[in-house]
Design a protein around this ligand. Structure first.
Ligand SMILES: [Zn+2]
Length: 75
Protein backbone atom coordinates (compact mmCIF):
# COMPACT_ATOMS: atom_id res chain seq x y z
CA UNK A 1 0.00 0.00 0.00
CA UNK A 2 2.72 2.38 1.01
CA UNK A 3 4.82 1.42 -2.01
CA UNK A 4 2.00 2.02 -4.45
CA UNK A 5 1.38 5.47 -2.97
CA UNK A 6 5.11 6.18 -3.24
CA UNK A 7 5.13 5.15 -6.90
CA UNK A 8 2.00 7.21 -7.50
CA UNK A 9 3.69 10.24 -5.96
CA UNK A 10 6.88 9.80 -7.97
CA UNK A 11 4.91 9.40 -11.19
CA UNK A 12 3.02 12.65 -10.64
CA UNK A 13 5.75 14.74 -8.96
CA UNK A 14 7.42 15.85 -12.24
CA UNK A 15 4.07 16.84 -13.72
CA UNK A 16 3.16 18.68 -10.54
CA UNK A 17 6.45 20.61 -10.62
CA UNK A 18 5.96 21.31 -14.35
CA UNK A 19 2.46 22.61 -13.67
CA UNK A 20 3.76 24.82 -10.87
CA UNK A 21 6.45 26.28 -13.16
CA UNK A 22 3.90 26.98 -15.89
CA UNK A 23 1.51 28.53 -13.36
CA UNK A 24 4.20 30.75 -11.82
CA UNK A 25 5.38 31.81 -15.28
CA UNK A 26 1.78 32.64 -16.22
CA UNK A 27 1.30 34.68 -13.04
CA UNK A 28 4.64 36.42 -13.59
CA UNK A 29 3.72 37.52 -17.11
CA UNK A 30 0.28 38.64 -15.91
CA UNK A 31 1.76 40.80 -13.12
CA UNK A 32 4.29 42.14 -15.64
CA UNK A 33 1.50 43.19 -17.99
CA UNK A 34 -0.32 44.85 -15.11
CA UNK A 35 2.81 46.79 -14.14
CA UNK A 36 3.42 47.81 -17.75
CA UNK A 37 -0.14 49.07 -18.27
CA UNK A 38 0.26 52.49 -16.55
CA UNK A 39 3.42 53.09 -18.60
CA UNK A 40 1.19 54.09 -21.54
CA UNK A 41 1.55 57.82 -21.82
CA UNK A 42 -1.59 59.82 -21.23
CA UNK A 43 -2.22 63.53 -21.44
CA UNK A 44 -4.42 65.61 -19.18
CA UNK A 45 -6.88 67.96 -20.80
CA UNK A 46 -5.91 71.57 -20.10
CA UNK A 47 -9.61 72.51 -19.87
CA UNK A 48 -11.31 69.83 -17.82
CA UNK A 49 -8.39 67.71 -16.62
CA UNK A 50 -9.71 64.54 -18.21
CA UNK A 51 -6.88 62.14 -19.05
CA UNK A 52 -6.64 60.37 -22.36
CA UNK A 53 -4.30 58.69 -24.77
CA UNK A 54 -2.65 60.88 -27.42
CA UNK A 55 -4.98 59.52 -30.14
CA UNK A 56 -7.97 60.63 -28.04
CA UNK A 57 -6.58 64.11 -27.45
CA UNK A 58 -6.21 67.17 -29.64
CA UNK A 59 -3.00 69.14 -29.56
CA UNK A 60 -3.70 72.84 -29.18
CA UNK A 61 -1.05 75.50 -29.68
CA UNK A 62 -2.01 78.62 -27.76
CA UNK A 63 0.42 81.57 -27.80
CA UNK A 64 3.34 79.28 -28.55
CA UNK A 65 2.54 76.89 -25.69
CA UNK A 66 1.53 73.38 -26.66
CA UNK A 67 -1.27 71.89 -24.61
CA UNK A 68 -3.58 68.93 -24.96
CA UNK A 69 -7.36 69.05 -24.88
CA UNK A 70 -9.92 66.29 -25.09
CA UNK A 71 -12.14 66.14 -28.16
CA UNK A 72 -15.07 67.64 -26.20
CA UNK A 73 -13.18 70.75 -25.10
CA UNK A 74 -11.34 71.23 -28.41
CA UNK A 75 -14.51 70.75 -30.47
ZN1 LIG B 1 -11.50 68.48 -21.72
Amino acid sequence: MADSWLQYGFAWAPWLIFALIVLSAYLLTRSHEKAAAPAVQTYACSQCGRRGRPEQMVQVVHEGAVSWQCTQCAG
